[in-house]
Design a protein. Structure first.
Lengths: 239, 550
C-alpha cells in the first residue's frame, strides 16, 4: 500500500495555526472571556514568535496552552463553525483535484498536521481523507489542561509518527508521496520516495532546488480559468 | 562512395577544420581526409506575399470545400495551434500562426461565428507561458481571446477528454471535449519536421495519455524507418489510423505551413555553410564566435542562441482535407531538407546542438541529449540510415548533469532513479511508466505550471529506440563528466582523435566516415548501391551487435 501524506496549513489551505485558534478564542461562552483569551494570546505574541523561531514543537505547545479551561464539548461543537468560517474559504484552488488525483492513483490520503484533531476533522471529511495524524489536547474532567497529548505532532516528530504508522499499516514509504510548504517538514518529506513542496517557504524552496524536489503551486488557475498569468520566474537549473 | 551534390563535400588536404555544435558551444574538428560532409541546402526563397498565400489556400483548399463555405452563424469552432516545440528557434515576428489567425478570425466573424476558442494543442508537452503565447499569436488575438478563450490544452482536466471510438487495431481515440463537440476544428500548423503535421496535429495534439499510449511506446518506434519519413514510419501509420477515426466524427479543416531553413540572420548566417567557402571576414567572425563562447557563462550562451529569433521564410501554405494537404506539405519540406547521399557510412560524426523541440527556453538535459542522438539525429534520413547497422556515432556534447526544475521535473527522477536501474525500454514501459504517468504532483505541475507531463520522459527515451537498435556504439567527445554518458550507455573520449581511434577498433578496415552538418535542419536522402542493398535489408531487423551474412 502507498500513501499521500499532506501537511495542512499553508499546503492545502491558506491558513496557519493562528487562524482557527483565534476563532476558537473569540467564540467562548461569554464576550468577557473571549476578550480575556484573545488579549492573553496577543500579549503572548512575542513568546510565540520566539518559540516559532526556535522549534515548531515549542510553538505548538505554547499556542495551544491558550485553550486551557475550554471544554471538550465546546471545542468539538465549534469545529464545524471554525471550518466554515475560517478554513473552507481558504482551501486552495487545486487542493480538491490534487487529493482526488492521489486517490485515483491508489494512494491512501493521510493528513499530517500540527493543528488540533478536532479542527482538522471537518476538512478531512470534506476532502475524503482516509486518516488524520494531528495534535490532541489533554482533557481532565472534560476541560483542556492547556497541554498537548504526547507525542506532539510537529517537525521531526511527524516523521517518527509516520514511520510507526506506516509500519503498522504496511505502507511502502519509498512509493509514497508527501506534500508540505514548510522547512520544518523536511524530515517528513525526506521519508518518502516522492516529496513535493507546495508554496514552499524560502528555506524549503532553496533546499528543494538542491535536492531536486518538485515545487508546486496549487492555487494557480488551470487552463481556461480566469486570472493569473503563468509567468516563468527564472531558469531553474540544477548544476 | 561517390557524391556529386554540391551539399556533399569530401575533405581533402586543403580543407579547413569543420565547426560543429557541442551544446551551446562550437568546436573545431579536424576530420580525416576522405570524410564526407553533408551540409544543409541553402534556404529556399520564401513566398512573396504570405497573406495572399493563406487566403488562396483557404479559398482553394485541397479535397475540401472552401473554409467560408463551411461557416454558418452560431456554429461552434475550435482553432488548434501547434505549440512551442516548433519552429526551432522561434521565428521572427509575426509568427506564421499569427498571420493565419489574423486572416481566419475576421472571416469567421464575418460569417456570424462567435463561439470560438483557441487551444494550444500541446498534448503532454509543457504548457506555454503567457509571454510565449503572445509572441506566437500577436497582441490583437491575445487581447481579444486570452485567457478564457485562448489557453493551453489541459490533457489531465477531469472530464476534459471525450472518447470518440476505437480503431480496428484497438487504439482508443479521445480528444479534448471542446474540440470533439465543435462543429468545426481548424488546425493551424507549422510543419517544421516531416514527422509532424497531418493526422498528428489533431489526433495527437488534442489528445491525452490514453490516446498517446498506442503509438508513443518502444515497439512502435522500433518499427520506424525513419520517423521522419511518414511512408516508412509505424508511428505515422498508427497516428493516421487514429486520425481518420477523428476526422470521421468531427469536421477538421487543416491549414499547414512550411518554412525554409534560414535559421541564422546576418551576421551569423555563415553558420550553416561549408567552412572552405567562407570569406576571410566570415572566417574571422567564426573563429571569434568559437573563442568567445568558451568564455561566456552558460545562461548567456543559451540566451544568445535561443532568444534571437530565426528569420525563417514561409515557403508554402496548404489547406483543406488533412491527408491531401499533408502530402503537399511533406513534399515542400523535402524540397528544402533532403540532400541526396549515396551509400551509408561506418562512422557518423555529428554535433549535438543546444536545442530540441523539448527544451525551448530551457536546457538540453541528459535525457534530451539521448533523444537527440539516438532519436532525431539518427532519424534524419529517408531511404536508409546514414550509418550502417552496427556502426558508430561520434557526437559532441558536454552531457552536463543539469535539468530545468520548472520544465522537466519528472525527467530528474526518471534519469537519476529509473534509468539508473534499467535502459530496457520495454521494461521501463511495463514496470515504471504507468505509475509515473499518474503521479499527482507531477500532473499538478503540468496542469498549473510549465512542466512536461510525467509520462514524457519515457517517450523521450523511447524516441531513441530505433537508433539504439541500429547503432553499435555512441562515443561522446567533450563530456564534462562520466556519470551521464554511463547512464545513457555511451562511451567517452576527450578528443575527436581519440574517439576516432576507438571507433576504428570495431569498424571495418578503412571505414567510411560521414559528418552530418546538421543545424540548420536537413535530412539525408540515402540511396544504397545495389550490391549493398541486400546487406541493408538483411540486417534491418537484427539488433545492433549481431552480424548477418549477406
Amino acid at each position: 500500500m502507498r500513501a499521500a501524506y499532506f501537511d495542512v496549513d499553508g499546503t492545502l489551505v491558506g491558513t496557519n495555526l493562528l487562524h482557527p485558534t483565534l476563532k476558537y478564542l473569540m467564540t467562548t461562552a461569554s464576550p468577557i472571556e473571549s476578550v480575556r483569551r484573545v488579549l492573553g494570546a496577543a500579549l503572548d505574541a512575542p513568546s510565540l514568535v520566539a518559540a516559532e523561531l526556535k522549534d515548531r514543537k515549542l510553538f505548538n505547545e505554547r499556542l495551544f496552552f491558550h485553550f486551557k479551561g475550554m471544554s471538550q464539548d465546546r471545542m468539538e461543537f465549534l469545529s464545524d463553525e471554525v471550518f466554515d468560517a475560517v478554513i473552507r474559504p481558504r482551501i486552495f484552488r487545486g487542493t480538491g483535484e490534487l487529493v482526488e488525483q492521489c486517490r485515483s492513483a491508489g494512494l491512501r490520503i493521510i493528513l499530517v498536521t500540527g493543528s488540533l484533531a478536532c479542527t482538522v476533522a471537518p476538512l478531512a471529511a470534506h476532502l475524503g481523507a482516509d486518516q488524520v495524524i494531528a495534535n490532541r489536547l489533554e482533557y481532565k474532567e472534560g476541560y483542556a489542561t492547556g497541554r498537548l497529548m504526547r507525542p506532539v505532532v510537529a517537525g521531526p516528530e511527524k516523521a517518527r509518527i509516520m514511520v510507526a504508522d506506516a509500519r503498522e499499516r504496511g505502507i511502502d514509504l519509498a512509493g509514497s508521496h508527501a506534500y508540505s510548504d514548510s522547512f520544518s517538514d523536511v524530515p517528513m518529506l525526506s521519508l518518502v520516495g516522492h516529496p513535493f513542496c507546495i508554496n514552499p517557504d524560502a528555506k524549503l524552496a532553496k533546499l528543494a532546488r538542491s535536492y531536486h524536489w518538485s515545487i508546486l503551486d496549487i492555487d494557480r488557475p488551470t487552463p481556461g480559468e480566469q486570472g493569473v498569468s503563468r509567468r516563468r520566474k527564472a531558469f531553474g537549473f540544477f548544476g | 562512395m561517390s557524391n556529386t551534390h554540391p551539399c556533399v563535400v569530401t575533405i581533402d588536404h586543403r580543407s579547413k577544420p569543420r565547426v560543429l555544435w557541442s551544446g551551446d558551444q562550437l568546436v573545431e574538428v579536424d576530420l580525416p581526409v576522405g570524410t564526407r560532409v553533408v551540409y544543409p541546402k541553402p534556404p529556399m526563397a520564401p513566398l512573396q506575399d504570405v497573406d495572399a498565400a493563406i487566403r488562396y489556400a483557404i479559398n482553394h483548399p485541397l479535397n475540401s470545400e472552401p473554409l467560408y463555405a463551411k461557416l454558418r452563424p452560431g456554429m461552434k469552432v475550435t482553432i488548434a495551434l501547434d505549440d512551442i516545440s516548433l519552429p526551432l528557434p522561434r521565428m521572427k515576428r509575426p509568427d506564421v500562426r499569427q498571420r493565419v489567425l489574423e486572416i481566419v478570425l475576421p472571416m469567421l466573424r464575418d460569417h456570424g461565428v462567435d463561439d470560438i476558442e483557441i487551444v494550444v494543442a500541446l498534448c503532454l508537452h509543457r504548457p506555454m507561458s503567457e509571454d510565449e503565447i503572445r509572441y506566437m499569436v500577436g497582441d490583437r488575438v491575445m487581447a481579444e481571446f486570452w485567457p478564457n478563450r485562448l489557453y493551453n490544452l489541459d490533457a489531465e482536466k477531469p472530464g476534459g477528454m471525450t472518447y470518440l471510438g476505437t480503431t480496428d487495431a484497438g487504439e482508443e481515440v479521445e480528444i479534448q471535449t471542446r474540440a470533439a463537440e465543435s462543429d468545426l476544428i481548424l488546425y493551424v500548423n507549422v510543419n517544421f519536421v516531416p514527422m509532424d503535421g497531418g493526422h498528428k496535429s489533431v489526433a495527437v495534439g488534442l489528445c491525452g495519455y490514453r490516446s498517446v499510449k498506442p503509438h508513443h511506446n518502444p515497439h512502435t518506434i522500433r518499427k520506424c524507418d525513419s520517423y521522419m519519413d511518414p511512408h516508412a514510419s509505424e508511428l505515422a501509420t498508427r497516428v493516421q489510423r487514429m486520425g481518420r477515426l477523428v476526422n470521421s466524427k468531427v469536421d477538421v479543416f487543416t491549414i499547414e505551413t512550411t518554412l525554409n531553413n534560414r535559421m541564422f540572420d546576418k551576421p551569423l548566417d555563415f553558420l550553416g555553410r561549408n567552412e572552405d567557402d567562407l570569406s576571410p571576414s566570415e572566417e574571422r567572425m567564426l573563429r571569434g564566435l568559437v573563442r568567445s563562447l568558451k568564455f561566456l557563462p552558460q545562461p548567456a550562451r543559451q540566451a544568445i542562441f535561443q532568444k534571437v529569433p530565426a528569420p525563417y521564410g514561409v515557403t508554402g501554405v496548404f489547406a483543406g482535407e488533412t491527408e491531401a494537404v499533408h502530402e503537399r506539405t511533406i513534399r515542400r519540406n523535402y524540397d528544402q531538407y533532403l540532400v541526396p547521399v549515396e551509400g551509408q557510412c561506418d562512422i557518423m560524426v555529428c554535433g549535438v546542438p543546444y536545442i530540441s523541440p523539448y527544451n525551448v527556453n530551457s536546457y538540453l538535459n541528459p535525457l534530451l541529449v539521448s533523444c537527440m542522438v539516438n532519436g532525431y539525429l539518427f532519424n534524419l534520413y529517408r531511404g536508409a540510415p546514414l550509418v550502417r547497422k552496427g556502426g558508430t556515432m561520434i557526437v559532441f556534447h558536454p552531457c552536463s548533469d543539469k535539468f530545468d526544475a520548472d520544465h522537466h521535473p519528472a525527467y530528474i527522477e526518471f534519469f537519476h532513479r529509473i534509468l539508473t536501474q534499467t535502459r530496457d525500454a520495454d521494461r521501463l514501459h511495463r514496470e515504471f511508466e504507468p505509475e509515473f504517468a499518474q503521479n499527482p504532483g507531477y500532473i499538478q505541475q503540468y496542469r498549473t505550471g510549465l512542466a512536461y507531463h510525467p509520462a514524457h520522459p519515457f517517450f523521450m527515451w523511447y524516441w531513441g529506440e530505433n537508433g539504439r537498435q541500429h547503432v553499435g556504439r555512441v562515443i561522446v567527445v567533450g563530456a564534462d563528466n562520466e556519470y551521464v554518458p554511463s547512464v545513457l550507455g555511451y562511451e567517452t573520449a576527450p578528443t575527436f582523435a581519440e574517439a576516432l581511434r576507438m571507433a576504428r577498433e570495431t569498424a571495418p578496415p578503412d571505414p567510411e566516415i560521414t559528418c552530418l552538418r546538421v543545424v540548420p535542419m536537413m535530412m539525408a536522402d540515402v540511396t544504397v548501391p545495389e550490391h549493398a542493398r541486400k546487406q541493408v535489408e538483411a540486417t534491418a531487423s537484427t539488433p545492433a551487435g549481431e552480424t548477418v551474412d549477406a
